[in-house]
Design a protein around this ligand. Sequence first.
Ligand SMILES: CC(C)(COP(=O)(O)OP(=O)(O)OC[C@H]1O[C@@H](n2cnc3c(N)ncnc32)[C@H](O)[C@@H]1OP(=O)(O)O)[C@@H](O)C(=O)NCCC(=O)NCCS
Length: 153
Amino acid sequence: MARITLRSFRDEDLPALVALYQRAYAEHPEYGEATPEASQRYLEWLQRHHTFFQLAEDDAGRVIGFVVAHANWRDRDGQRVGEIHELVVDPEYWGHGLGGRLLEAALAHLKAHGHRRARLWVGEHNDRARTFYIRHGFRPVRSGYWVRMEKRL
Ligand SMILES: CC(C)(COP(=O)(O)OP(=O)(O)OC[C@H]1O[C@@H](n2cnc3c(N)ncnc32)[C@H](O)[C@@H]1OP(=O)(O)O)[C@@H](O)C(=O)NCCC(=O)NCCS
């Protein structure tokens, strides 16, 4: 696999991220955003309101994945939680460990902010992502259209 580096989000990355986000959710459009405009609004919201937004770039400078987390997220019950809010890898790169690398970077951020557990929501029929998270130590703690998953750090 090409040499991949992780770096912080920059405003000029937005168009590439919109395209990447739409490609990655083509398999499960019900869990993504319906249009490029809606995807852009969602990504802008992620960028403004989260404490960690890292992306992966290949050696040609192409953005091939990203992860977004919040170290001070408020859960539905008002509790402060370490939240993994989004994780996306370009389908061309699936199965090479990049998702794991991005996830670990976000978990390290949450741990550095004092969290002893990380949480996320994943679509109940998103088997690829659910299997991935289970292999990374998450377990389901609430089920529904969105499954709540948790991992001790
Ligand atoms: C879920 C997602 C992020 C996983 O990304 P990925 O880069 O394929 O993840 P990895 O390569 O680290 O792991 C995937 C598989 O590759 C295998 N793998 C990991 N490292 C590997 C390596 N170095 N060499 C070969 N295979 C490897 C693992 O066995 C893993 O299999 P598993 O999922 O059964 O455990 C990706 O599929 C994606 O972007 N999906 C669409 C968006 C989405 O649903 N995101 C989740 C939102 S909650």
